[in-house]
Design a protein around this ligand. Structure first.
Ligand SMILES: [Zn+2]
Length: 471
């Protein structure tokens, strides 16, 4: 396939932009990037995509997500639908998340993500009431043809983590390894192990999941959303080492020797300035999900500009539909640009170019995929997005990258190619049936809410009883 006549933004090391550029794809790889006239002298193909008035970009890499959440979108907004105490979400609702529900949720997510130019997503899956629910997630990505970094999460501190979701360390490792054996193919699906959330897992779980990941040659991940031992009944509260680190999560994790380029830290809110150099020195990447942080009403924004200045790898993430609530990458890009300006009190704190970097090559690096995707370069996998520069929201596109970040919406995304295959062309989805995806996700959403046994938590549902699906 040859993509010709495009405004090609390579995101390579020199951040080369080629006006009237072309990209040549052979099977799943890019074999040439250059000026259209030069490329057409050397290459011929039956399949030629004219990208006139289009921006040609590497596919967006979403560094953090929870695909299971899409069928529960909206249920926890504005502090509603939450459990009065303990874990934030309604456990009885989550109990219904079997493989079928997760598949429907995953497929709905894929539709939304492809439409916004996402070609690769991370996923943290830790709702393991049904052992095979994670298979539903993995299968949805395979069906859509979307690249997936699948994190199998676990929690073990009863009382801090919701008891119903905890498991012992042996089970966590065994189940994680099962998932990697089943799904890790080193190509379209890559498995990582996760100790879900720093404040709700033991040091042993952190060490053992990381050890298993090292042994299996896989990545590892963890959410950091607060200082260490932020709950008073955390067993580490009286710990000497904790006092030594003054509750600083990164210093503590560094002391456990679990940091490094293949350890993805999600959020990193509440990070102090003295911890940023540790992230830089150890090469530890951060997944920045500003919409989710703001959604939860946190006044502390991850200090991304300082991290970038010090050389920390930061990838942008949408996070899941229960805390964003959108899986639209362009929405996340726009919000990330604005909130970091607010946080630093200057418009220069975050630029469109930095945001695009964090959505492509840096995001790929955060997921240890930068040797495969994240830029348009010879030898890389063909994950490519075409943006219509004539679309309302981006036109007139004198400065296409600025407009992409500050004003474009997903309706500007025209064509999406993943692993050399078109998954959307001229806004038409090619691997998924959108109508069916919506119908199935609605069906599963209703089933979950009705099955939770307390519709009282969701008053809006009670008012819409005649909208049930099925029979
Ligand atoms: Zn998360």
């Amino acid at each position: 396939m040859i993509i010709k006549n495009g405004y090609v933004v390579t995101m390579d090391e020199e951040l080369k932009v080629i006006r009237d550029g072309a990209v040549v794809i052979d099977e799943d790889r890019i074999i040439e990037v250059g000026k259209t006239t030069d490329v057409l002298k050397k290459h011929h193909d039956d399949e030629v995509l004219d990208a006139k008035c289009m921006m040609v970009l590497p596919g967006f890499v979403n560094t953090h997500n929870h695909l299971y959440q899409t069928i529960m979108r909206g249920l926890g907004d504005d502090g509603e639908g939450m459990r009065p105490a303990g874990y934030r979400w309604d456990i009885d609702l989550l109990r219904g998340l079997d493989k079928e529900a997760c598949y429907a949720s995953g497929i709905m997510s894929m539709v939304e993500m492809i439409r916004s130019g996402i070609t690769c997503t991370q996923d943290s899956h830790y709702i393991n009431f049904h052992g095979d629910s994670i298979d539903g997630i993995a299968e949805s990505a395979r069906a859509a043809g979307v690249r997936l970094v699948l994190g199998r999460g676990s929690w073990d501190l009863k009382g801090l983590a919701p008891t119903e979701l905890t498991e012992d360390i042996g089970t966590a490792i065994k189940e994680s390894r099962k998932v990697s054996k089943r799904w890790n193919d080193g190509d379209m699906t890559k498995v990582i192990y996760e100790a879900s959330l720093l404040s709700q897992v033991s040091d042993e779980l952190i060490l053992e999941t990381k050890r298993a990941a090292r042994e299996d040659g896989l990545g590892w991940g963890m959410h950091i959303q607060g200082p260490l031992a932020s709950y008073k009944d955390d067993p580490r509260t009286g710990d000497k080492s904790l006092r030594r680190y003054g509750g600083r999560a990164i210093e503590y994790l560094h002391s456990l020797d679990v940091l490094g380029p293949d350890s993805l830290l999600i959020h990193c809110t509440f990070i102090s300035n003295r911890e940023i150099p540790i992230l830089a020195q150890t090469g530890t990447p951060v997944a920045h999900c500003p919409c989710a942080n703001a959604w939860a009403g946190r006044s502390i924004v991850t200090p991304v500009p300082s991290m970038l200045d010090m050389g920390v790898t930061v990838g942008l993430g949408t996070d899941g539909a229960m805390t964003n609530n959108s899986l639209d990458m362009l929405h996340a890009m726009n919000f990330a640009a604005l909130i970091n300006k607010v946080n630093y009190g200057t418009t220069k704190a975050m630029t469109a170019e930095r945001i695009l970097n964090m959505s492509t090559i840096q995001a790929a690096r955060a997921l240890c995929l930068d040797n495969q995707v994240g830029s348009l370069e010879k030898g890389k996998k063909a994950d490519i997005v075409l943006i219509d520069l004539k679309a309302p929201g981006i036109a007139p596109a004198i400065l296409p990258v600025k407009n992409l970040v500050y004003s474009a919406t997903s309706t500007c995304v025209d064509t999406v190619i993943i692993n050399g295959k078109k998954v959307m062309e001229r806004r038409e989805l090619l691997t998924l049936d959108e109508e069916k995806a919506v119908e199935e996700s609605e069906k599963q959403a209703w089933r979950l809410v009705e099955g939770s046994g307390h519709l009282d938590l969701y008053p809006d549902f009670l008012n819409r009883g005649n909208m049930t699906y099925g029979d």
